[in-house]
Design a protein around this ligand. Structure first.
Ligand code: IPD
Length: 267
């Protein structure tokens, strides 16, 4: 059963990835709308989401969905949480770094996860308790012991610019301790790259469940820790997230938490 859930999710993710690859050379002429300032949805996001949902419904017609573009549909304990094109802004700018993120939750807990990077043909999968895999090879978080020498990913609060001073305080404190930062623009790949040990950690504010569900399970199954800035495990709905190997998480979360909670008047 486990196997077939993952297989269905992989089939759906690959079908969507193929659509993205085919349209990628039309970048510049792909129609898109603003969902909000600096936040876009393109025809490709919508078409991929419809394809993923159609593919999953062929096998599981009774399951419910929470999708980035179409929202909630159906009812029940089993919910598929889907970001069809994570990194829409990269896609629309012709930056070849975006992904498909599909998770299956049962009674609110993520059981299966697939993240697909169509431009690199990298497929990350995990089922709870069974480890994390990249293209059939087991992956593990990096074995870094602390912040010294770490390369972290982050994202700027482009939707919540009033939080920039607060975020800036966090960023500065962490930047002083690590080797460097990357801001690549696709949360599901930031997470899976932590899982694969390519990055030593990642933090962001303002994420949605569809950005996080699949990647968080993959990090945990690769031996990493995922928490919100307060140290809670329920990151899917928290709005803040840190992912890192355990020994990096301890100093990183302390630093982030102390600067994030520091009182100021800027929001
Ligand atoms: C966004 C990307 C981006 C992150 C945003 C996400 P979308 O997803 O993952 O890296 O900083 O928070 O919402 O909107 O392109 O699916």
């Amino acid at each position: 059963m486990t196997h077939s859930v993952i297989n269905v999710a992989v089939g759906a993710a690959k079908a969507a990835g193929e659509m993205m690859r085919r349209q990628f050379d039309k970048v510049g002429s792909i129609p898109f709308q603003h969902k909000a300032r600096h936040d876009y949805v393109s025809e490709v996001d919508r078409a991929c989401e419809a394809e993923i949902v159609r593919e999953i419904r062929r096998y599981f017609p009774d399951h419910a969905f929470l999708c980035e573009e179409s929202g909630e549909s159906g009812e029940g304990d089993i919910v598929w949480v889907i970001d069809p094109l994570d990194g829409t802004s990269n896609y629309l700018h012709g930056l070849p770094h975006f992904g498909v993120s599909i998770a299956q939750q049962v009674k609110g807990r993520t059981e299966h996860a697939v993240v697909y990077d169509p431009m690199r043909d990298e497929l990350f999968t995990a089922s709870r308790g069974n480890g994390a895999v990249l293209n059939n090879r087991r992956i593990r978080v990096s074995n870094r012991n602390d912040l010294d020498g770490a390369i972290l990913a982050t994202a700027f609060p482009f939707r919540q610019r009033s939080k920039l001073p607060r975020y800036g305080r966090v960023f500065q404190a962490v930047f002083e301790q690590v080797e460097d930062f990357r801001r690549a623009g696709t949360a599901c790949l930031d997470l899976t790259w932590v899982a694969a040990g390519r990055l030593d950690g990642f933090f962001e504010i303002g994420l949605h469940p569809w950005d996080v569900c699949a990647g968080a399970l993959i990090v945990r199954e690769a031996g990493g820790v995922v928490m919100d800035f307060d140290g809670n495990d329920d990151v899917e709905n928290a709005g803040t997230l840190i992912a890192a190997p355990y020994r990096v998480m301890t100093p990183l979360r302390q630093l982030i938490h102390s600067r994030w909670k520091q009182p100021d008047r800027t929001g």
